[in-house]
Design a binder for this molecule. Sequence first.
Ligand SMILES: NC(=O)c1ccc[n+]([C@@H]2O[C@H](COP(=O)([O-])OP(=O)(O)OC[C@H]3O[C@@H](n4cnc5c(N)ncnc54)[C@H](OP(=O)(O)O)[C@@H]3O)[C@@H](O)[C@H]2O)c1
Length: 335
Amino acid sequence: MTMRTRPLGTTGPQVSALGLGCMGMSALYGDADRTESIATIHAALDAGVTLLDTGDFYGMGHNELLIGEALRTAPAELREKAQVSVKFGALRGPDGEWSGYDGRPAAVKNFAAYSLQRLGVDHIDVYRIARLDPEVPIEETVGAIAELIEKGHVRHVGLSEVGAETIRRAAATAPVTDLQIEYSLISRGIEKEILPTTRELGISITAYGVLSRGLISGHFTRDRQLGAHDFRAYSPRFQGDNLRHNLDLVDALRKIAERKGVSVAQIAIAWVLSRGEDIVPLVGARTRERLTESLGALDVTLDEADLTAIEEAVPPGAAAGDRYPAPQMAHLGTE
Ligand SMILES: NC(=O)c1ccc[n+]([C@@H]2O[C@H](COP(=O)([O-])OP(=O)(O)OC[C@H]3O[C@@H](n4cnc5c(N)ncnc54)[C@H](OP(=O)(O)O)[C@@H]3O)[C@@H](O)[C@H]2O)c1
């Protein structure tokens, strides 16, 4: 199979139509198996996935070291095609606590120096602050990335979870390739203002949470036990009545998936793919089995009747519960 590609904005490279988000291999969704994680990255590269997404704070460097090892041990021709997208700026403590964001230019360069070392690469393909630092104008943070680009350490500027005004200010400072933001059948907040803004400015969307962190994957069950370090144990959408309501939506999607002979996850990913060539879903597979399922979405065609049925099963705003717990909602520039 030849992997389809999509452009990363009008100023960026072509990337695989699906990217691999590596976060869950190190953090936030409970334990992951290191050997299987590396095998998953290798399988993704082998299938033609070029875009690998990480953050320097995912497991406090663990995720970058993991990707570094996967790249080092991959065949050279696949390693050379890999495009690594890195988020920085989130501050952590030794116990894993979160303590804000740092977008000062000196900090940006410091973060980048460590990321390059951990990843074992000579440049980062797309570099972005994970959340806006409220103390630092976006122009200063993006300006620091532009300096890293001039020196060859970074190729492109990206953004993450920022609103229309910040997108405009960033794009006026330097060319921006993509905005990374949550977008799925049950997280459609970007459609009103953010998506029209990125489209006007020629910026792509790298969509995360396409499966709503597994909630609409078809594999999540009402009685699933989540560990204390699993984000989903605190996420409003996974709690009590919200979870019951949201899994009812998944049951409605399952009927459509069964009619088409595909899986629920494939319907959810194919729906995001169907939103436009400027949208690149990042799938959070951390096993080869889940990766294969995700890649299968590239072969799913949704016709008008399918899209209508999907919209009826999960209308906009159908989900119960916010995307993040309240303290984290406060950091989003997008809500
Ligand atoms: N910019 C930001 O603010 C931000 C925020 C979050 C994530 N991200 C990036 O976006 C990436 C994707 O986000 P995400 O991991 O939350 O997305 P996701 O794809 O919605 O969720 C991934 C989870 O869904 C479950 N799953 C079930 N079936 C699957 C399948 N066929 N393929 C993949 N996963 C399946 C897995 O959980 P189990 O293994 O437990 O079944 C997996 O850990 C992250 O890895 C990260 O790089 C960015």
